[in-house]
Design a binder for this molecule. Structure first.
Ligand code: ZN
Length: 75
């Protein structure tokens, strides 16, 4: 087990140190694992990146798909 590192979840939006050619630095996580799938929040471009590279590129999480706050009750 890895443990100790910050977890990422599908649906999180992260800001990377690298700017996409379209000008966006925000990416939505579409897949986690050995490789991370990312979708550009601006142009929708999808890429795969090695987890180690991804973790070095991440600046901060902009939006958490799974947060500490309870979700709003349905209805
Ligand atoms: Zn883009």
């Amino acid at each position: 087990m890895l443990g100790g590192s910050v977890g990422f979840h599908v649906g999180d939006v992260v800001q990377l140190k690298k700017t996409h050619p379209c000008g966006s630095t925000e990416w939505e996580i579409t897949r986690t694992g050995i490789d991370f799938g990312l979708k550009c929040a601006r142009c929708g471009r999808r890429v795969l990146i090695q987890r180690a590279k991804f973790e070095k590129l991440v600046k901060r999480t902009v939006r958490f798909a799974v947060g500490p706050e309870p979700a709003s009750p349905p209805g």
